[in-house]
Design a binder for this molecule. Structure first.
Ligand SMILES: Cc1cc2nc3c(=O)[nH]c(=O)nc-3n(C[C@H](O)[C@H](O)[C@H](O)COP(=O)(O)O)c2cc1C
Length: 143
């Protein structure tokens, strides 16, 4: 069975809710490895057939700096080349700059972004959770 890794950082649970809904969307199409970034290694991404990465907008429109930023930095490796990847995360007052920067960065690492980064303001509502499920399904079918 194909493997999908979903690796996220979440301070107050919003991005974690998105991660769980994405996992649901992957469903029975692939084996899911849902990991908080504090328990993840770059190899968890490299060994998966597709990867979803989640992080809210933190600092001033950047990734969370203690765990997620070094994790993403470690993905700058030829093992990521052409890997199907989706990005997601929650935000509040910004306009999504962190996600656009993150997308460009992942493209620069050679990842194949299968969909635009999914951003949700604060806590995902039912419609946003459906969007997350659809994203998971799309990622699984891209493998
Ligand atoms: C230290 C800190 C910095 C933040 N910086 C931004 C920001 O630059 N832009 C923005 O839109 N939201 C910002 N936020 C809001 C978070 O992105 C928002 O609360 C999000 O829902 C948190 O997701 P989480 O529950 O997964 O941690 C910030 C929140 C915190 C605590």
């Amino acid at each position: 069975m194909k493997k999908v890794a979903i690796i996220y950082w979440s301070g107050t649970g919003n991005t974690e809710m998105m991660a769980k809904a994405i996992a649901e969307g992957v469903g029975a199409d692939a084996e899911v490895n849902l990991l908080n970034v504090s328990n993840a290694k770059a190899d968890d991404a490299f060994s998966a057939d597709a990867v979803a990465l989640g992080c809210p907008s933190m600092g001033a429109e950047v990734l969370e700096e203690d765990e997620m930023e070094p994790f993403v930095e470690a993905l700058n490796n030829p093992a990521l080349k052409d890997k199907p990847v989706v990005l997601f995360g929650s935000y509040d007052w910004g306009s999504g700059d962190w996600m656009r920067d993150w997308e460009e960065r992942m493209k620069g690492y050679g990842a194949k972004l299968v969909e635009e980064g999914l951003i949700v303001q604060l806590t995902p509502d039912a419609a946003a959770l459906e969007d997350c499920k659809a994203l998971g399904s799309k990622l699984a079918s891209s493998i």
